[in-house]
Design a protein around this ligand. Sequence first.
Ligand code: HEM
Ligand SMILES: *[C@@H]1O[C@H](CO)[C@@H](O)[C@H](O)[C@H]1NC(C)=O
Ligand SMILES: *[C@@H]1O[C@H](CO)[C@@H](O)[C@H](O)[C@H]1NC(C)=O
Ligand SMILES: *[C@@H]1O[C@H](CO)[C@@H](O)[C@H](O)[C@H]1NC(C)=O
Length: 322
Amino acid sequence: MSIVLAIVALLFWETVFLEAQLQLGFYETRCPMAEMVVFQEVSMAIRNDVGIAAGLVRMHFHDCFVRGCDGSVLIDSTPGNSAEKDSPVNNPSLRGFEVIDRAKARLEAACNAVVSCADILAFAARDSIAMTGGIPYAVPSGRRDGRVSIAFETFTNLPGPNFNLSQLTQSFANKAFSQEEMVTLSGAHSIGRAHCGTFSNRLYNFSAISAQDPSLEPFLAMQLMQQCPLGNNDSSFVVQMDPRSPYTLDTSYYYNIAANRALFVSDQALMADSATANQVMRNAFDNDAWRSDFSQAMLKLGQLGVLTGTEGEIRLNCRVVN
Ligand code: HEM
Ligand SMILES: *[C@@H]1O[C@H](CO)[C@@H](O)[C@H](O)[C@H]1NC(C)=O
Ligand SMILES: *[C@@H]1O[C@H](CO)[C@@H](O)[C@H](O)[C@H]1NC(C)=O
Ligand SMILES: *[C@@H]1O[C@H](CO)[C@@H](O)[C@H](O)[C@H]1NC(C)=O
């Protein structure tokens, strides 16, 4: 009996602690140029279009929150299956897929079936953050690729731009992130763009009483109404999330929220209670504290639900399962 218990305990220990182990420099012996190739492709892509950095950071987040960081966001739809990337949450807004494809093609040529798509994406997000914010963090690797990608799961796993604070907190708690970590990670919204349809409800028809969201600073609302004219919900209408420094990952996101200049209902919702509002104020004025929190939270994000060892596979083409 006690032996059985010991074995069960050992198995449990292994499941919880050993299988989820990633390793710093996992490719050093297996494919030494892996991280360098990703860095080169990300650098070239960002030089060509700086917005790609934001795209890759968001892509990593969307990968990790749906089935863990297993590269499932990269899988193309097939006749029988609509994949994550074709959910309206991701399509047409998610960008940067070609960067992953280019890195993968070079790495397959150099080291066949060794470097996972999930790791390439994790490295690419790290490099994007380094290039836009200079915020370094370690990315242990050895992730393996999943074989499943289902569009519908984006709705049940990813937070939406109209979420209130309790919904946001719950959404991150579902992935074992604290409310504080949720506030920290949201700072990623200091780079990148948003499509008008994700916040236009704050500009028009917000309620029967007031046509506009009262928690949106009126001058910004006016500018946004010019950029997002009523009735134009076309995907070509986009705005910068942080117009003052759109390509710099910094604490301006928190400064904007404190000034009622956040884009999404979900951003402004961080002012809804004193704990999160205090954190917003602290981050707005303490750049170093936020950077340190952010790098830790990104490290944690990258470990979410990873496949390791013999789980999953090393996809040969990030868009299709083997
Ligand atoms: C807290 C809940 C979050 C919500 C509700 C949310 C929602 C959104 C939405 C609606 C967009 C606009 C996409 C578009 O229309 O093009 C966006 C963009 C973005 N999000 Fe989030 N997000 C959240 C958290 C995060 C996190 C945790 C990260 C990364 C750590 C992140 C990184 C980004 C980036 C970098 C962009 C810009 C993408 C681009 O320019 O292509 N977001 N987010
Ligand atoms: C947040 O939204 C949910 C779902 O719409 C709702 O049930 C809840 O009451 C809201 N919470 C607050 C504090 O507004
Ligand atoms: C505008 O687009 C968003 C998604 O981008 C969608 O949720 C919304 O229903 C659209 N609104 C209209 C009026 O078409
Ligand atoms: C609200 O929406 C309706 C129909 O979409 C539109 O006819 C009306 O002009 C809008 N009202 C405001 C104040 O934007």
